[in-house]
Each structure stands twice: as C-alpha cells, then as structure tokens.
Design a protein around this ligand. Structure first.
Ligand SMILES: [Mg+2]
Length: 168
C-alpha cells in the first residue's frame, strides 16, 4: 500500500456506514476524534455520532478511539460511548492502533482506521498494516501551517483519484 494514500475517501464519517464496513470485511474501526467525528470545540458527541456508533454496535462492528489529543478531552468525549480509547497516541506511530486491535480482537485484514489527516491518521494506519478511510476535516483552520499541509496533501489526493479511476 502507498504510505499516504488512503484506501477510501468519504465526505463525512457516517458515510462509512455499518453496511459499507461489513461489505469490505471490517469488524473493527479505529477512530480519530478531532475534526473526524466532531470539531475541536465540541466536547461531547452529537446525536449523529451517537446514532452512528449505535448502528455499528447493532451490526457487530467494534470501535476504538486513538487520538493524539489529551486524556481529558478524549475521556469526556468517550464518557457515554464507553469504547476503548487512547489519548496522546503519537500517531503516525502504530503502537496504540495495535493496542486497539487487541482490545477489539481484530486483525489487520478486519480493521480499518478513519481520520482526517493524511500525515497523521492515514500514515499511522499504514504503519500498523491496516486500511484507512480519509474524511475532510470538519472545521479546517486557516492558518499558514494548515494551508501548507493541504498543499502537501494535494499530490497524495491526486494519486488516490488516479488509483480509483483504475479501479484499484
Ligand atoms: Mg483529526
């Protein structure tokens, strides 16, 4: 797999429905929180997120959180969902993704990661040998560093589009 090129791209997290995940053999999903499920300023999951988690659960798909954000944020966010959750995970390192896979009792083929950052989330997934779903950041910052990062992402996204066109 190309290091930075995601296997799938969706406009929003909930387009990765339980039905879709099942159709590609996924039994467990590793999740980024910030700007993937909720913007930074939302401390708790909204109704839409909770409903999505419920449908995963009802379809026997496990989930875990692996975030680079701090423990307080992640524990509060997870307080009502109650899934395995790791904060300060240091993505693109694979350590906590592997730990989440142990928690979910899944293997490389049956696990996927979803996140909004190519050089953090997608890279981490591929370091762990699992597939990745990329979603656009819910609320993108407009500072210089973010714009620079988006610029670096462009060739990666072009490569994704080329791969998709070839049906790979
Ligand atoms: Mg994020």
């Amino acid at each position: 797999m190309f290091t930075f090129v995601p296997e799938y791209r969706f406009d929003t997290f909930d387009m990765a429905s339980a039905e879709f995940l099942k159709s590609i053999g996924v039994k467990g999903i590793v999740l980024d929180v910030d700007n993937t499920l909720e913007p930074y300023e939302n401390p708790l999951p909204t109704e839409k997120v909770v409903e999505w988690f419920k449908s995963l659960y009802e379809n026997g798909i496990k989930a875990a959180i692996v975030s680079n954000n701090g423990k307080e944020r992640i524990d509060l966010f997870n307080s009502e969902i109650g899934i395995p959750a790791y904060s300060k995970a240091g993505k693109p390192k694979k350590k906590y993704i592997l730990r989440a896979m142990t928690d979910m009792d899944t293997d490389r083929e049956s696990t996927i990661l979803m996140g909004d950052q190519i050089f953090t989330d997608v890279w981490a997934a591929h370091n762990a040998g699992i597939r990745a779903i990329l979603v656009p950041p819910i609320k993108d910052k407009r500072d210089f560093l973010t714009r620079f990062k988006r610029l670096l992402e462009r060739p990666v996204l072009r490569k994704y589009e080329r791969k998709k066109r070839k049906g790979k």
